[in-house]
Write a protein that binds this ligand. Sequence first.
Ligand code: ATP
Ligand code: MG
Length: 473
Amino acid sequence: MKKHLKHQIFSIISEEADKLGQDCYVIGGFVRDIILKRNSKDIDVVTLGSGIDLAKTVANHIGPKTPVSIFKNFGTAMLKYKGLEIEFVGARKESYEKNSRKPHVEDGTLEDDQKRRDFTINALAICLNNKRFGEMVDPFDGVTDLKKRIIRTPLDPVITFSDDPLRMMRAIRFSTQLNFIIEEKTLAAISSNKDRIKIVSKERIMDELNKIILSDKPSKGFKLLDKTGLLEIIFPELFAMKGREEIDGIGHKDNFLHTLEVLDRIVPNTDNLWLRWSALLHDIAKPKTKRFVPKQGWTFHAHNFVGAKMIPGLFRQMKLPLNEKMKYVQKMVSLHMRPIVLSEEEVTDSAVRRLLFEAGDDIDDLMTLCEADITSKNTDKVKRYMKNFQLVREKLKDLEERDHIRNFQPPVTGEEIMEVFGLSPSREVGILKSAIKDAILDGEIRNDYDEAFAFLKKKAAELGLKPLSNQSE
Ligand code: ATP
Ligand code: MG
């Protein structure tokens, strides 16, 4: 392992630990990622003795002004060095109480410390002291599990998960991120402990869920969440999308599986977490809006709008941000069918202009979402859609260059309309304003002040309005 510890920081820590006479190891995710050849910038160092003292002497060695963040309550200290974040902690032993995932902590041996770690692959330690520099300490066969790509807890999984139920989310997250298999007993223990997830904060759960969503194949994680029974507890709205129903021999697709397919399909085209969330939520109102209409089949009328309305409540419940990110997801959900409808019907300039006007700068993301949403098993249909879609894209580009509709503001404002016709805020002002907007979007007039003003005068006359005399020119 020596060759992986060439970074200067390791020899500094080694020297300082020896001076203090403390055994010292690099442990956890960093060691795992060396073997997996993944890049990681967080280094956890565990020492037999005070982690804070070791951090201070290391900082001093680097330079007298090197800042150290000390968390006295946790007995940990952190410092940054050449792009790395290094956390120091004394080896500890943990015991848990039933209603909290915060353990009672006391000093312990290295093995005590490794036992309290979530998975064998996260419990590996490499010694940093000079005499044993680079020596791997692996009491639970973590290296073998890494080679076999297995997630397994060091101790009895039932106890491990009951002690800290967040570990269930972490198991599924690592399995998804690293494409590992969760060992059978470990998986069974997640199912039997699923209700314990209720003592974990929503924020923590969402951190893990976001990591699943940002992985290369999020469907794997969601299927595991479902299989273990966690999905129903942490995300009942998604759980409600499961299954197919059939009436008079007519079925509909399983909206849960469809959603996962859309999410997987969008992955290669975007790293934007919120676009991926939009894929996950685009059909979220399908269970709510589902109807069987005789002779017509299954309908999900207005599921895009109902879905958009559900987003703020969902985000609040899940402790996701209630800011422009949420608004963006709402917009994506509400518009997600528009480009498809366009490519089914004739792709007119006016329809494309309207789409561009409503989507604004998010138009490209919307197109990415829609493309991922085309998942039919009927390959002819998919081909036809994709071809029409290309047409929509070309038209969008063409119209954008010609008309600059994206984010456009009508050239004549409401204030100006009121001023010219001596109106107070009223229905008429609204009618005139949207008439101008529609005329531009329909291509009747150009997106230009003079044309819009002339059009305004004509429209106002139809309503029996006359410009005030001093503004008649
Ligand atoms: P990543 O940084 O990619 O999320 P990681 O394994 O480094 O993965 P961290 O959350 O940074 O995860 O934790 C560092 C180490 O601390 C882990 O490798 C593991 O040994 C231990 N650990 C973290 N959370 C828990 C937990 N809930 N229960 C037990 N051990 C944990
Ligand atoms: Mg880490």
